[in-house]
Design a protein. Sequence first.
Length: 147
Amino acid sequence: MTLLDPGMKQKIGIALQDELTEFRRITQRHESEQASFSQQENDTTRLVLEDSYDENAHESEIAKLSTSVQEIANLFQEVSQLVIVQGELVDRIDVHVENALNHVQQGTRELRKADNASKKSKTLYIICCLLLVVIILIVAIVAKNNK
């Protein structure tokens, strides 16, 4: 899933405003045409039929535009929900990444401590072995001198 950036939100908002402006323009045109139709009621039957055809075409256009505006409003609502869900997911991912980083840093410190302890224990082991050898040599020298 991708997160919509503010620029994308602004583009969608502008597109919706343009559609609403077009809807208002067509509605005003339709209303003005209806007014002119009522003024021309006394015209011939042929003009009335042509006007009726134009009115139906405009009503059809308005209905299509209204449907489009409703679809855009639904899309905005869906996008809003997706942004909320994605924001929560990004927040959770961010927290998990930070936790992982902290665990890795703590593990690194523990490994360094273990390495130092291992080096110290090896040194201590060597010193103990040397002391044991020295003690054995002293005991052997003392035992040889006593014989």
